[in-house]
Design a protein around this ligand. Structure first.
Ligand SMILES: Nc1ncnc2c1ncn2[C@@H]1O[C@H](COP(=O)(O)OP(=O)(O)OP(=O)(O)O)[C@@H](O)[C@H]1O
Ligand SMILES: [Mg+2]
Length: 389
């Protein structure tokens, strides 16, 4: 298992985009992957499991759901009754959150939410995401989501686990101890950091709408409570402990970090073998990368001897921008081979695919294909470096 953190000190430079791009490349290649969403904004979770609600309170939903589940008992797999109760359960769970399934079921979805609902709905309906540029945000999708996967909680592990025809599809990680059913409400990464036990880790794992190869350790806005500015070693090692308890050990773990150097990013580094630094070619890029590299070095020395920087991904590069050319040259001068090739261009396909909750490898435009190929190259590099550990 190779564990890689994707980090930067600055917000909005493309950490989530790079984590999702690498995940897309991994799914495309059949590499069994877990993406850990450590950012309280939970953007990666919104893309990968649109019906997951990161605002639900910590702990409470888990205890309630377990009690409820044991009172109610599990429904029989695939029966019409279990289908409808799944839809109700999903609707109840998503009130107030991204809620694509719920809003779609209510017929009120619009824009990106509808689009996401449609994406995950189609995935659940036929086992593959099949979005096309005509399905862009605003193009609707409400009806499809209402009668298919999004409305019945397709992103949840339990939804697929209880679904007899989906079980083979998701086979490699089904049937683990502590696996939730569609009727139980799951834990999030905030619960995992509070208590990194095997059962909690299993509860926090969701299926994604991208395919059975990719699981998500679900994000939560409450993870911010674990972002102490000066944490001790015990706190810092909790994520590493949790990752050692992942059911069906994946080949790759990608950690999408928040834009700060508190406990969350540091615990990601303490759990990682590789650090992928992300920056834009802008004025403060050099100092930002320098500080991130120092943080990597500090955790390597103090806690994680196997941790190494994979390198710096330069994102949103605009060709023919003299400012970008200048900053690129500056970064290459200072960081030499640590600057990863290829650099990633600014392409609208990135935002379109994210808005539609679709892997960049499935977005059928020339711009998307170009970026997808670049993520393939970065994934190669990451996996090769993992073998040399
Ligand atoms: N290469 C690219 N081309 C076009 N748009 C991009 C590219 N990379 C990122 N973006 C867009 O820029 C915005 C910020 O990217 P992203 O969310 O990945 O940054 P981040 O570093 O994760 O942000 P945060 O610090 O808030 O977590 C998003 O809307 C994303 O779609
Ligand atoms: Mg992000």
């Amino acid at each position: 298992m190779v564990v890689a953190s994707v980090l930067s000190l600055k917000g909005g430079v493309g950490k989530t985009t790079v984590a999702l791009g690498l995940a897309s490349a991994a799914v495309h290649r059949g590499v069994r992957t877990v993406l850990v969403d450590l950012d309280p904004q939970a953007n990666a979770s919104a893309t990968l499991a649109p019906e997951h609600d990161p605002s639900l309170p910590v702990g409470r939903r888990k205890r309630q759901s377990r009690a409820e589940a044991s009172r109610a008992g599990a429904p029989s797999a695939g029966s019409p009754k279990s289908e409808s109760s799944r839809a109700e359960s999903s609707t109840a769970q998503t009130v107030g959150g991204t809620a694509s399934g719920a809003t779609a079921a209510g017929g009120k979805t619009s824009g990106a939410e509808g689009s996401r609902a449609a994406a995950s709905g189609r995935k659940a309906a036929d086992g593959r995401t099949t979005r096309r540029p005509g399905d862009e945000p605003g193009a609707g999708g409400t009806g499809k989501a209402a009668d298919s996967g999004a409305a019945r909680g397709a992103g949840r592990k339990g939804a697929d686990a209880a679904d007899s025809d989906a079980a083979g599809d998701a086979g490699w990680w089904q049937g683990q101890p502590g696996a939730p059913t569609a009727e139980t409400v799951l834990a999030t990464v905030a619960d995992v950091l509070a208590s990194p036990k095997r059962g909690v880790v299993a509860d926090a794992l969701l299926t994604t709408s991208w395919g059975p190869e990719l699981r998500l350790l679900a994000g939560s806005e409450h993870v911010e409570a674990h972002n102490h500015p000066d944490p001790g070693s015990k706190r810092l090692s909790r994520l590493a402990t949790a990752l050692s308890k992942l059911p069906d050990e994946p080949e790759l773990v990608l950690i999408d970090c928040p834009p700060s150097l508190g406990q969350l990013t540091r615990s990601a580094l303490v759990a990682s073998d590789r650090a992928v630094l992300v920056t834009e070619p802008s004025l403060y890029a050099v100092t930002g990368v320098q500080r991130a590299l120092e943080a990597v070095q500090a955790e390597r020395t103090a806690h994680r001897p196997t941790l190494q920087p994979l390198g710096v991904v330069i994102n949103r590069v605009r060709p023919r921008s003299t400012e970008h050319d200048f900053r690129l040259a500056e970064l290459r001068d200072l960081f030499g081979p640590l600057v990863l090739r290829p650099v990633l261009p600014d392409r609208s396909a990135v935002q379109q695919a994210q808005g539609a909750a679709v892997p960049i490898h499935e977005w059928p435009t020339p711009g998307a294909r170009e970026i997808a190929g670049m993520f393939d190259a970065l994934l190669d590099r990451l996996l090769r470096s993992g073998k040399r550990r």
